[in-house]
Design a protein around this ligand. Structure first.
Ligand code: C2E
Ligand code: CA
Ligand code: CA
Length: 776
């Protein structure tokens, strides 16, 4: 079934109901009226037929008494006596005209017709109905007679003179005229017909009242009995109530009957206007019904449709309440609840969205919201993403708990927002905030970043606690460092990690050192093979003893001769090795190779120290000391020949463990050097606890010694303090003679740098610095 709209269904239901009720009423009304008409018509017909018979009898009686007067007529009696045939005929004619008879006959006592107005000159013939003649003397004087297709009252009256002298027979026709006349005078129905049935023939109509013969002649054909009570009959498509009355007649004569009809159709005619009115009312009712049902349906369906539309809007995220529903009915109540619901859903969604897009601790937009804010089209081509990391947060939480950690982050967020002004600030992870500068380049970002570092450099104070936040800022610039939010966030984070390990606490993203560069990923897979297949090699950089001016030691620096990439520098794969768990194998390979080299050079008469670098991860390996110790034993060289370089950050990650490991190494006789000194956070107080032998000042302080007064002060102080603590000092990155001069001046023990020589293959190193010549 096709889908019908609500309105159409209501309208159809109304129409169907109206038609059904009306049809039932009409049918019932018609049936009741018809039954009543049949009942009344039957009664009327019966009364009419009785009246008709009575009238007919009246006619017979009237004719009889009139003919009786004639029989007293002296003229007639004397004319009969004188056998004056002409006079008799003339008197009979005159008299016949008076009583309405069309035929008068004089019958003799012998039963023969002596005079007949219908046959003036005819010879005497016996009268046909002898019984009628005899009856005339007994008092029975009349009979209905059918003759030659017509019907007559035949009335017989005897003539006395004074003895019986004959009989007068008057024939009064019961014809159309008589019947019409009777209808005019009385209440006879319109349909009255006289019928006769000559022996052996069917019934035929011989006379009928006003109008034409309409009652069915064949009606009685099959019936031997007259219907003497009213019956229903069909004729010419019409319906009649029909009743028949028979008349007395002489023996042997054809039967004669009067049939009275009562037309039901005609009787129902007055009701026709009622039917018409009813039909009109039906049509009117239908029109009104359809209209009103459409209106009612509309008044119901309109608001429902409006509510449905509002529901669809809600689905699409539009929470405006549906309008125009000020009604007091159930639909109005529904609309009111619907409105309340809409508002509530809208508020709840607003709240959920707020929660979904904001950080609960600081109230700042979270990572998702930040990403959306960064994604927004920029006003200028230059934009900068500043990421601020509170790098010490995990340690702080471990020490003082989450509640204080949260308050600290809240405070950090506030300081950041204060400085940011109208710029977007968000919290993108537990430890990191971002500041989005959609219209600032590198210079302005740096400016703002240093102010941020100042603001967050002040410790967080609460009660007795004063906590350093340890801020580090990474900066990524669009479009150079990325166009989309995800890339900018990732790169700013890389820079921020780099900043965390730097002296300034501020770094720009540098694709070259990005540990997440795609090509790094493929390196991971290749690294294991590299170790197995001997693609790694050690280069050696000389360490110049500044007091003697001789090269007494070297640092072993790893190189990877990659089959496709060529020579890969260590910065590009040491991190990968750490992340993939290959650093332990790599370190063992380096130590083993360096020891083999040291042994060969020692055997050749050049017992020079070869320093190797340890990664922070190496210090987490509890077997490190044993393994390195075993290797030195295998190669049969003293442990002191292999100084171990460790960065400050490697120790700071887990100081207790690192210290324990370093002590065990020192106990075995290994010398420990602190690499990249100055960029980390360790203090001399801290260094004092460590079993170290040497400090290597980071190259950032050495490179600009010639020009930078500040660096010169720093280097001089480090050298002084180190010596006081009994440590040797090596300066890395000496790139010019001025630097070397200054280092010598302040009493630095050793120097490394391009001014002396860059790292080089073992053979080259031996040729250049082991003056007795190459050993291999
Ligand atoms: P590092 O230990 O600080 O090594 C010194 C780095 O400075 C070397 O880079 C060296 O080539 C470079 N250098 C030497 N003189 C100068 C100079 O005058 N100016 C400048 N600007 N640079 C100079 P390299 O060989 O690329 O090594 C980079 C880093 O890779 C090393 O820094 C070290 O941390 C790491 N590394 C190297 N070999 C190994 C290794 O065998 N094991 C581990 N764990 N790390 C290693
Ligand atoms: Ca080093
Ligand atoms: Ca270094």
């Amino acid at each position: 079934m096709p889908h019908l709209g609500f309105r159409l269904r209501v309208a159809l239901f109304f129409v169907a109901t109206i038609i059904a009720v009306q049809a039932l009423t009409a049918g019932l009304g018609y049936e009741v009226a018809r039954r009543e008409l049949v009942r009344q018509g039957g009664a009327q017909l019966e009364a009419n037929s009785n009246a008709f018979v009575a009238q007919m009898d009246d006619i017979a009686t009237r004719v009889a008494s009139s003919v009786q007067i004639l029989s007293q007529d002296y003229g007639l009696r004397s004319a009969i006596g004188e056998q004056d045939h002409g006079t008799v005929l003339s008197i009979l004619r005159n008299h016949g005209r008076r009583v309405g008879a069309t035929r008068m006959q004089l019958v003799g006592l012998d039963g023969k017709v002596q005079a007949d107005t219908a046959h003036a000159g005819a010879a005497a013939v016996p009268f046909a109905r002898a019984t009628l003649l005899q009856g005339a003397f007994d008092g029975r004087k009349a009979a209905v007679v059918a003759e030659n297709g017509a019907v007559f009252w035949q009335v017989v009256v005897p003539i006395y003179a004074p003895q019986p002298a004959g009989l007068v027979v008057a024939s009064v026709p019961i014809d159309d005229k008589l019947l019409s006349h009777m209808q005019e005078l009385s209440t006879l129905p319109r349909d009255v017909e006289m019928m006769t049935r000559p022996a052996g023939k069917p019934w035929s109509v011989v006379a009928h009242g006003g109008g034409e013969a309409r009652l069915p002649p064949g009606f009685f054909a099959g019936n031997d009995h007259f219907p003497d009570a009213p019956v229903l009959a069909q004729s010419g498509g019409r319906e009649y109530l029909v009743l028949a009355r028979s008349f007395p007649q002489a023996a042997g004569d054809p039967e004669v009957a009067a049939v009275l009809g009562y037309s039901l159709d005609e009787a129902l005619r007055p009701y026709r206007s009622v039917w018409l009115t009813w039909a009109g009312l039906l049509v009117l009712g239908l029109v009104l019904g359809v209209l009103s049902s459409l209106l009612i349906a509309r008044s119901v369906s309109r608001p429902v449709e409006a509510l449905a539309a509002a529901a669809r809007r809600i689905e699409a995220g539009d929470y405006r309440a549906p309008e125009g529903m000020r009604r007091n009915d159930e639909i109005g109540q529904l609309a009111t609840s619907f409105q309340a619901m809409t508002v509530a859903i809208g508020q709840r969604e607003e709240r959920i969205r707020e929660q979904a897009l904001h950080d609960a601790v600081t109230g700042l937009p979270n990572r998702v919201a930040s990403q959306a804010a960064i994604e927004r089209p920029r006003a200028t081509s230059e934009a900068t993403l500043v990421m601020l990391g509170i790098t010490r947060l995990p340690d702080i939480i471990k020490t003082v708990g989450h509640a204080l950690g949260d308050r600290l982050m809240h405070d950090a967020g506030r300081r950041l927002s204060d400085l940011a002004g109208s710029r977007f600030v968000g919290r993108v992870s537990d430890t990191q905030f971002v500041l989005w500068l959609p219209d600032a380049g590198r210079t302005r970002a740096t400016e703002l970043a240093s102010r941020l570092l100042d603001a967050l450099g002040r410790p967080f104070v609460e009660g007795d606690f004063s906590i350093d936040m340890g801020p580090a800022i990474g900066i990524a610039c669009a479009p150079g460092d990325g166009e989309d939010a995800a890339t900018l966030l990732r790169h700013a984070e890389v820079a921020q990690f780099a900043a965390a390990g730097s002296a300034r606490g501020l770094a720009f993203y540098d694709a070259a050192t990005d540990p997440h560069r795609p090509d790094r990923l493929s390196l991971m897979g290749d690294l294991r093979e590299a170790i197995d297949q001997g693609q790694l090699t050690l280069h050696y950089q000389p360490k110049l003893d500044l007091s003697s001016g001789r090269v007494m030691a070297a640092e072993a620096l790893i190189r990877w001769q990659h089959p496709r990439r060529g020579l890969v520098p260590p910065d590009a794969f040491i991190g990968v090795a750490e992340e993939t768990g290959n650093i332990g194998r790599l370190t063992r390979w380096v130590v083993n190779d360096a020891l083999a080299r040291a042994r060969r050079w020692t055997e050749a008469g050049h017992p020079i120290n070869i320093a190797v670098n340890l990664s922070a991860r190496d210090l987490e390996d509890p077997d490190l000391t044993r393994r390195i110790g075993d290797l030195t034993a295998i190669h049969g060289v003293p442990t002191s020949i292999l100084p171990l370089e460790v960065t400050e950050s490697a120790v700071i990650a887990d100081p207790a463990r690192a210290l324990q490991e370093l002590r065990r190494l020192a106990d075995l006789g290994f010398k420990i050097a602190v690499d990249d000194f100055g960029v980390g956070r360790s203090s001399f107080a801290y260094l004092r606890q460590m079993p170290i032998h040497e400090l290597k000042i980071d190259k950032t302080f050495i490179r600009n010694l010639a020009s930078d007064e500040g660096d010169r002060v720093v280097v001089r102080s480090i050298v002084d303090l180190s010596h006081r603590l009994g440590l040797r000092v090596t300066a890395e990155g000496a790139e010019d003679a001025a630097a070397l001069d200054y280092l010598r001046e302040v009493g630095c023990d050793c120097a490394q740098g391009y001014q002396i020589a860059a790292a080089m293959p073992a053979l080259a190193f031996a040729e250049r610095f082991l003056v007795d010549g190459p050993t291999t």
